[in-house]
Structure formats: structure tokens, C-alpha cells
Design a protein around this ligand. Structure first.
Ligand SMILES: CC(C)(COP(=O)(O)OP(=O)(O)OC[C@H]1O[C@@H](n2cnc3c(N)ncnc32)[C@H](O)[C@@H]1OP(=O)(O)O)[C@@H](O)C(=O)NCCC(=O)NCCS
Length: 159
């Protein structure tokens, strides 16, 4: 799907395909700041690549592309027993604030509905105002504190 960003430049959001892996790794290797979002993306290269591998092997992944490069990534990690999924999103620094995060989030929520899951949830740092604003606009609601003083859990019920 082709979308025009807030600066008038086109970008695409597509499901991850196995041969996209090197381009996804390239986005995370260039990502700044590393390790700043609850320790993600991991700073140490070997750990970071293992983390990416885990996300693409277990999750439902969507990538945003612009000029042949990956500029954003969203993944949902379904738990079919609980019928819910964890949601994670990263947009490269130069591509932020242009509507890429919203487009990726729409794709992820569409997949949650397709999978007939009941709930999608995320953890976010209480000071990540930009992220929290995106999530609230998408329909997530603040639920409770997470595993640390500054971590928050947000949820969206699908019914
Ligand atoms: C959080 C993040 C995913 C948002 O993606 P994005 O592409 O910048 O967001 P969008 O341009 O689609 O904006 C969507 C909404 O986010 C909020 N937002 C985006 N940029 C913002 C800014 N600079 N200040 C405040 N709110 C902002 C707004 O509500 C915006 O909606 P609006 O443009 O209609 O006002 C992105 O900034 C990012 O990857 N940050 C670093 C990693 C991160 O925080 N990941 C999440 C960890 S929990």
C-alpha cells in the first residue's frame, strides 16, 4: 500500500517477507538512539540481530519503505491461548513525525482483527510522550504500571 507522508513523499507499508531481513537489520543498525526504549533496540550488535531474528520468527511484522530503504517496523506477537498480542514499533529518526508510525499501527491493528484476537497491549516508558500520543490516537488506553516505576502498560480491546 502506497501512502504519502506529511512532507508529500510516498512510502509503502507491506508485510515482512524473509528476503527483507537484511534491509530491516540495516534500519536497526543505523537506528538512533539505541537502547533508549526499555533497552530496545539492543546496543550490542549480536544481541540486536538475535532480537530482530526473534521478532520476525515469532511475530506478524510490517515494514515501511521509502526509496528502497526500511524506515519503520511494527510487530505484533500473538498469544493464541490468551487471544491477545504484544505490539512494538520503531520508526527511524529521519522518518518520524510524518505519519509513518500511524500507517504502521493501522496495519498492525488490521492484522490483530484478522487474527480475531481480543486485545493488543504494549509497554511504554512514561516519558515517551510522542509514543503515548500515537498510541492514544490509535485507541490504546493506559492500564497500569509495568515492571518498573517508569514503565506503563497500554491496552486496546478489540470487541
Ligand atoms: C513513537 C514513534 C513510533 C511515532 O512514530 P511517528 O512516525 O513519529 O508518528 P506519526 O508521524 O505517525 O505521528 C502519529 C502521532 O504521534 C504523535 N507524534 C508524532 N510525532 C510527535 C511529536 N514530535 N511530538 C508529539 N507527538 C508526536 C502525534 O499524536 C501524531 O499524530 P498527529 O500527527 O495526528 O498529531 C516514533 O517516534 C519512534 O519510533 N520513536 C522512537 C522509538 C519508540 O519510541 N518506540 C516505541 C517504544 S514503546
Amino acid at each position: 500500500m502506497i501512502i504519502v507522508d506529511k512532507k508529500g513523499s510516498p512510502f509503502e507499508v507491506n508485510s515482512f517477507r524473509s528476503w527483507d531481513y537484511p534491509c530491516l537489520v540495516a534500519m536497526y543498525d543505523a537506528f538512533v538512539p539505541k537502547g533508549s526504549f526499555q533497552g530496545m533496540p539492543p546496543v550490542v550488535e549480536e544481541v540486536r540481530h538475535k532480537w530482530i531474528k526473534g521478532l520476525v520468527n515469532v511475530g506478524e511484522n510490517f515494514l515501511a519503505w521509502q526509496e528502497g530503504k526500511v524506515i519503520g517496523h511494527v510487530v505484533i506477537l500473538p498469544d493464541f491461548q490468551k487471544r491477545d498480542a504484544e505490539y512494538l514499533i520503531f520508526v527511524s529518526q529521519a522518518a518520524r513525525g510524518k505519519g509513518v508510525g500511524k500507517a504502521l499501527t493501522d496495519a498492525a491493528i488490521g492484522k490483530v482483527k484478522d487474527l480475531r484476537l481480543k486485545k493488543v497491549w504494549l509497554t511504554v516508558d512514561a516519558y515517551n510522550f510522542r509514543g503515548i500520543k500515537l498510541y492514544k490516537k490509535a485507541g490504546f488506553e493506559m492500564r497500569r504500571e509495568g515492571s518498573s516505576m517508569t514503565e506503563r502498560v497500554m491496552e486496546m480491546n478489540m470487541d
